[in-house]
Design a protein around this ligand. Sequence first.
Ligand SMILES: Cc1cc2nc3c(=O)[nH]c(=O)nc-3n(C[C@H](O)[C@H](O)[C@H](O)COP(=O)(O)OP(=O)(O)OC[C@H]3O[C@@H](n4cnc5c(N)ncnc54)[C@H](O)[C@@H]3O)c2cc1C
Length: 430
Amino acid sequence: MGEPVADICVIGAGAAGLAAGIFAAEHNPDCTVELLDGATSIGAKILVSGGGRCNVTHDVVRPEDFFGTRHLVRNVLAAFPVQNTVAWFASLGVELKREETGKLFPVTDKARSVLDALTARSRELGVVLRPGHRVSGIERRNASEQAGAQGPAEFVIRHQHGETPARRVILATGGQSLPRTGSDGSGYGLARHLGHHVTPTVPALVALMLDEHCFHAELSGLSHEVEIQTMVEGRPVDRRTGSLLWTHFGISGPVVMDASRFWCLARARGETAELYGNFLPGRNAEQSREWFLSQVAQNPRRSLLKLLAELLPERSAEALCRHAGGDPQQACAQVPRAVRDRLMTALTRFRFPVVRDRGWNFAEVTAGGIPLEEVNFRTMESKLVPGLYLVGEVLDCDGRIGGFNFQWAWATGRVAGRAAAASLGAGSDR
Ligand SMILES: Cc1cc2nc3c(=O)[nH]c(=O)nc-3n(C[C@H](O)[C@H](O)[C@H](O)COP(=O)(O)OP(=O)(O)OC[C@H]3O[C@@H](n4cnc5c(N)ncnc54)[C@H](O)[C@@H]3O)c2cc1C
């Protein structure tokens, strides 16, 4: 006798997979749901997320917060708006609180409470969680085999402990970020084998490393507001303002993390990519020059450093002064014109000497993946392989920092879980 057939087999028990399993079992309590995960313990990424606090979602979630085919993203998000996420977590016993930035965290400030609630609800519903089950292949049964002794299974899933036949498969293997958590990109190969495409994948929400000759290490730990513009092949592709954090290796902080995907994607395509910083957001070089000259007129003996420290943290001001070849202690009226011009450029259009991104071990998400066009957004079912559903980060959609990537995981998981369960026959319509 062969292995028992699972009605729904979810591959990957991360955020999207757990949500898919729960919603499938809730929607159709008669179906058997199994979650296979290659990691020996489930949910490692949830536990490290949000600095161990898990930024579950965001107060306001808009399609513009994501990079992916806009109308498809919009439709998926509309199927599970953020209020529903909040209510769903409350029903699992996880109350969320809003922080000033709009990010929503569990009131416990512990990611563990999120993971525990998801696994407890899975078990309550009879969803079988199988850690240590790394999947190496998914085979579709052809019609003649399906009609044979193996019953209604349409897929056979090969893993470390043998094979699991399943009627529906939900692929929730995530991307490539933080591979030690189990998300090592192997899901792309599984999807490709079934005929799906995978757009090139690069780290996103990742810090950037600067040339060692830059002054970043001196400023390590300092953060301030910066406007960042990314240029690809000489054309602007992204502009955003937010907090930049100087580190011993380069630059990080939300604004850099959000911008990083553009730099990484361009470099992966072999294009030139440049990152410029305006340390005086809202002012261009000309406006800064005017401001500088008016300050000089008012107080010509004030040092360059004291003057710049009006607008910038003193340490940054000093580093930028030296970078422009100026003497921070020089009276501002004495500053040679050439130095002043270089300083205005450094302040408003500083070219960060980025050498590389910090890599998959530090990236929070993956840009690229299975094209959204290859799934039906109403069900998350593959348009190429009936009975296969695709959810979460394995898809070509990444959100900006702030809880958006989890929202994508919960929303896609819910849509797919319910649709897969409904496709198997009678089910409640909660
Ligand atoms: C350090 C860090 C902090 C983050 N913080 C936040 C945050 O606060 N808020 C936010 O919104 N997002 C955050 N993210 C991003 C968020 O964690 C992911 O976008 C989200 O977890 C994606 O969910 P997923 O279920 O699609 O994939 P994952 O959570 O990556 O889960 C995929 C699962 O599939 C399993 N798997 C992979 N391949 C196989 C295979 N072949 N066989 C069996 N199992 C397999 C893996 O073991 C893993 O458990 C963070 C990410 C990182 C790395």
